[in-house]
Ligand binder design. Structure first.
Ligand SMILES: *Cc1c(COP(=O)(O)O)cnc(C)c1O
Length: 224
């Protein structure tokens, strides 16, 4: 297994090239190292390499790594979140990338002792296996979140379909971006919605060309 440091340098190079192609500033692209497949030692190696954001998709994984790493990283919860698990993670995380229903918003709001930065997960591709809101329900959902003072809607998140078809990926990311711009344009105080969480190991370059500000990278960065 390669050093995280080496992988990170390679990925940063690819990010810089994608930014160059799309006339973007690489400082606007944040890497969330997804450590769900790897040990806490490997996660610590990522922090030593300069990573600041760690992402986990299960409460057990987040808690076991948190026990060791505490508040050294900013923690991102990126997976499907069951309402009954919220209380386990809520005081550990800075970001939740998978808010997609009011029952979950209500629980987050109730358990949080500070504002939680939330991405609304959207099922852009329409695949049945994917979690997330339907694009057409997004605006109404976000309006309803105004009632929850501990939730700040920082942006939208999606998972693209599993495909190498660049056009399919691009279309998916573009649709998320245009939806983000629509919400951003509404100027809601509780939902500035400036960020786009999209792009993983296999598609982050395209996601960045289409506007991603948070890329969630696991296997290509820390390994599987
Ligand atoms: C696992 C996971 C990732 C990272 O996947 P890789 O393909 O290993 O980069 C990103 N986002 C979510 C929601 C995940 O569950």
């Amino acid at each position: 297994m390669k050093d995280v440091k080496e992988n990170l340098a390679f990925i940063q190079g690819q990010i810089a090239e994608a930014c160059e192609r799309s006339s973007r500033n690489p400082e606007d692209v944040h890497i969330v190292a997804v450590t769900k497949y790897v040990s806490v030692e490997r996660a610590a190696e990522a922090l030593e390499a300069g990573i600041q954001n760690l992402g986990e998709n299960r409460d057990e994984g987040l808690l076991s790594k948190w026990e060791v790493l505490k508040d050294r990283p900013l923690w991102h919860f990126i997976g499907t979140l069951q309402s009954r698990k919220v209380r386990n993670i809520i005081d550990k995380v800075e970001y939740i990338h998978s808010l997609d229903r009011l029952s979950l918003a209500k629980e987050i709001n109730k358990r949080a002792s500070k504002k939680i930065k939330c991405f609304i997960q959207i099922n852009v591709s329409g695949e049945e296996s994917k979690h997330g809101l339907q694009p057409e329900d997004t605006v109404e959902f976000i309006r309803q979140l105004e009632a929850y003072e501990n939730i700040e809607v920082v942006g939208l998140m999606t998972m693209a379909p599993h495909t190498d078809d660049e056009e399919v990926l691009r279309t998916c990311f573009r649709r998320l971006r245009s939806l983000k711009e629509e919400v951003e344009g509404m100027g809601l105080k509780h939902a500035p919605c400036h960020e786009l969480s999209m792009g993983m190991s296999n598609d982050f370059k395209i996601a960045i060309e289409e506007g991603a500000t948070f890329v969630r990278i696991g296997s290509a960065l820390v390994g599987e």
